[in-house]
Ligand binder design. Structure first.
Ligand SMILES: Cc1ncc(COP(=O)(O)O)c(C=O)c1O
Length: 395
């Protein structure tokens, strides 16, 4: 059996490797504090589950999703939610596209726009899918370093002209995974200007847009004049409504770009389960106090972990948004070595920053979602274990 080059060149999906390490630790009887994958640890809110149950029982949802861009009620709900949240009007017929989770849309976008030899601009560190999807499409990633001293924003002016000329897509993600950084509206204004100048599609991965802390609300690229002319945003119901397993997301913005993505998708998938899109309507139009509770809960978890670890001398930033802490690795260790020490000595699973790119080295990512137990107690336990079992010079 001969595999395709594109697959041979692709490293295993980082979270598959993390799942393997976790399984091994559990087999060895380790009492794990799992801060690995970012996967909400509380159930989907009951009113969304109830809407889905009702929808599943309706035979009208059992057939192919032949709705084109997605169930009209779902697209209208998205446009209404978007107007209320960002003050931006979207045409639900042309500027909204349902996705089978935002990962699906992000990955397929590259197939719609990238020819062999084209360049895509990818944040480093970043979600691995941007780079892999570029590779699958025969393109080449140019990595934009996200540095602490620039607030983990890419320096657009540092992108060489020759690279910008060959570029098809520039991808950014804010609130950022893995660093937890946020982007101010001025950054989006610069991005729109840059994308216009170089005729590049500007994309924002907004998977964590609703998870802001201390009253922070993430802005949108589409709020900037000209945003819709050059940009598309990818949103997800996964983290906002604890719906990771349901597979539902959406893209909004530039109509021709969304039509292109939909043309590609309609040749690959057959839409999303209509019952799940109805559940998406319930999520976006129903009570939002469930999201407020999630925000408050992640904020408390963030404070337990950051305050606790800072007290041990491990300095790290307190993120304004997202569900991740991005913590520096002590001198003399790689991120993989620190992850191994944390797992072996303290039974704490976290992700080495190096899996997110070369500029992720020197950091580890800790997720505020905690698998398998009462989260806040587990986070206190994590701090205690680091204090008692991990003897490193953190500064
Ligand atoms: C940065 C980022 N974008 C997109 C996704 C994909 O989310 P989903 O496909 O569940 O919508 C994730 C998932 O962890 C993510 O971290």
């Amino acid at each position: 059996m001969q595999l395709a080059q594109r697959l041979l060149q692709t490293p295993p999906y980082p979270f598959a490797e993390l799942a393997r390490l976790k399984a091994e630790a559990l087999r060895n009887g380790v009492d794990l504090v799992d801060l690995g994958i970012g996967d909400p640890d509380t159930p989907t809110p009951a009113h969304i589950v109830a809407a889905a149950q009702e929808a599943v029982a309706d035979p009208a949802t059992h057939q192919y999703d032949e709705t084109g861009m997605g169930l009209p009620e779902f697209r209208r709900a998205i446009a209404d939610w978007y107007r209320k949240r960002f003050g931006v009007a979207l045409d639900p017929d042309t500027e909204v596209l349902r996705l089978i989770g935002s990962k699906e849309g992000l990955a397929h976008l590259y197939w719609a726009f990238v020819n062999p030899g084209d360049v895509t601009l990818v944040p480093d560190p970043g979600y691995p899918v941007y780079k892999t999807a570029t590779l699958f499409a025969g393109g080449e990633s140019y990595f934009m370093p996200l540095l602490a001293e620039h607030g983990y924003l890419p320096d657009l002016e540092a992108i060489p002209a020759a690279v910008a000329e060959r570029a098809k897509i520039i991808m950014v993600c804010y609130p950022n995974m893995p660093t937890g950084a946020v982007a101010p509206p001025e950054f989006y204004a610069r991005l729109v200007h840059w994308a216009r100048r170089h005729q590049v599609l500007a994309c924002v991965d907004m998977a964590y847009s609703e998870l802001g802390f201390d009253g922070y609300w993430a802005p949108s690229l589409l709020q900037v004049p000209g945003g819709k002319e050059v940009g598309v945003e990818f949103h997800s119901l996964s983290k906002t409504y604890n719906m990771t397993g349901w597979r539902l997301g959406f893209a909004v913005g530039n109509a021709p770009a969304l039509a292109a993505l939909n043309k590609l998708k309609s040749n690959l998938d057959s839409g999303a389960f209509l019952a799940i899109q109805r559940a998406g309507v319930a999520a976006l139009t129903g009570p939002q106090d469930c999201v407020e509770r999630m925000r408050a809960s992640y904020q408390r978890r963030r404070d337990i972990l950051v305050d606790g670890l800072r007290a041990l001398g491990w300095q790290m930033e307190k993120p304004k948004a997202s569900i991740y802490l991005w913590a520096p690795v002590p001198p003399g260790l790689t991120s993989a070595q620190l992850a191994e020490i944390m797992l072996k000595d303290a039974g704490i699973l976290l992700t080495p920053g190096s899996v997110y790119g070369a500029h992720g080295e020197g950091f580890v990512r800790m997720s505020l979602t905690v698998q398998g137990g009462e989260a806040e107690a587990k986070l206190h336990e994590a701090v205690r274990r680091v204090r008692e079992r991990v003897h490193l010079n953190w500064s």
